[in-house]
Design a protein around this ligand. Structure first.
Ligand SMILES: [Mg+2]
Length: 406
């Protein structure tokens, strides 16, 4: 399910970072040359969530200026609002103050950490009573955080920071929350140390351990580590998926939802790539546009609809390229050669210009020789899908050693 809104906690003082945060809110500290918040907005944007609310406090005007100017908002068409608390209210207090701005169910993120998980798959499998569902991470030293215990998908306890260093399971700062949660908040309180432990004791917190990349920039050593690790982690393998014959049954010039039939296992395959931390791109020849069977806007509307449906399963497509041109087209403006038309590599190369892709680890899956030739020309490994379950095929194609998000 796709949350309607993403809320980011940006109000912390960053005391442990000393002079670095004397005049700058922690989420705006530079990581690889850009404000850290750009990393979070990029993730929110590529998962298709458009409404963003930044809860700011300390130096809130800087957060507001950031929201008005970040290129990530323009890139993904995000609507970024900022709420500034008049005096320090803690993470829970900030949320309570913003109650009138909250969607009934929203994604909630810490503004100074990044936990690389599937943001559309945060709801627990069962249990109607949860108010907040959290993603948890095992870490070698949990002494900076509270320890979390689980029974199935139910969080049974959240305790104070352990006194001495040692491994443990911690709260990863990524939650799906229900607005009713604010009934449990006081004007000044901390989510981590006041609210969540109480809610866990009442059985209202769900949780699941994930092994995605996690970093918290709250101490100098980790802020330093983030400078190289974060850009490296954002450079992901990509699944370049042909459309007709791979995602949908190829019945010839499919230009409307009525004629679209998902291939067996196609939606599960997309989610598999999402869960593994790969980008998912669709690259498709659509000469039906040049032939006058449908327009570019019909193709775009179809893609919005069918790829939008993936959210119900916790899956998404990051980006799409289609080629409307053909040398034998009947529509004048589309009658031409194009290096975007497979076996040309244009669509794949364009995606690699717009996204940080680990080309060597990427795959293209297609059902024709021209797909594989396009992959070869782009320097990407191509795999021929000849029917059956796409998810089973993907499972067989992914080398378990390269698949992992660590
Ligand atoms: Mg095909």
């Amino acid at each position: 399910m796709k949350p309607a809104q993403a809320v980011i906690l940006c109000g912390g003082l960053g005391a442990r970072l000393g002079h670095r945060t004397a005049a700058t809110p922690k989420p705006l500290l530079a990581v690889d040359g850009s404000p850290f918040l750009d990393v979070l907005l990029f993730e929110i944007g590529r998962h298709g969530i458009k409404d963003v609310l930044l809860l700011a406090g300390f130096e809130g005007e800087q957060v507001a200026r950031y929201a008005a100017s970040t290129p990530i908002a323009a890139r993904f068409g995000l609507d970024v609002k900022v709420a500034i608390e008049p005096s320090p209210a803690g993470t829970g207090g900030a949320l309570k103050l913003a109650e009138h701005l909250l969607a009934p169910e929203f994604l909630l993120l810490n503004g100074d950490s990044w936990f690389d998980v599937n943001l559309l798959d945060l709801a627990p499998a069962a249990g109607p009573d949860w108010l907040i569902s959290m993603r948890l991470r095992g870490v070698p030293d949990a002494s900076r955080y509270g320890l979390v215990t689980l029974d199935g998908e139910q969080v049974t306890s959240i305790s104070e920071k352990p006194p001495s260093p040692g491994p443990g399971v911690i709260n990863g700062g990524v939650w799906l929350a229900r607005r009713e949660l604010v009934r449990f908040l006081t004007p000044k309180c901390s989510m981590e140390s006041d609210v969540l432990p109480d809610l866990a004791a009442q059985g209202r917190v769900a949780g699941k351990v994930c092994d995605g990349y996690f970093i918290d920039i709250g101490v100098p050593a980790d802020l330093e580590r983030a400078q190289t690790e974060v850009p490296a982690r954002r450079r992901r393998p990509a699944a370049f998926l042909d459309r007709d014959g791979v995602l949908n049954v190829d019945s010839g010039y499919v230009g409307s939802r009525e004629r679209w039939r998902w291939i067996d296992g196609a939606r599960a395959a997309v989610k598999r790539f999402n869960d593994l931390g790969w980008y998912v791109f669709v690259v498709t020849n659509q000469s039906g546009v040049a032939r006058g069977y449908y327009g570019e806007e019909d193709v775009e509307a179809l893609h919005r609809q069918v790829f939008g449906e993936l959210a119900d399963l916790g899956a998404h497509v990051d980006d799409v390229r289609f080629c409307p041109y053909h040398t034998e087209g009947t529509v004048e403006r589309y009658r031409r050669e194009s290096d975007w038309r497979k076996p040309g590599a244009g669509m794949i190369l364009d995606l690699m210009r717009h996204w940080p892709v680990d080309r060597e680890a990427s795959l293209l899956i297609g059902d024709s020789d021209s797909d594989l030739e396009a992959a070869r020309r782009a320097g990407v490994s191509g795999r021929l899908f000849s029917g059956g379950s796409l998810d089973r095929f993907v499972r067989e194609q992914i080398d378990p050693a390269q698949a992992g998000a660590p």
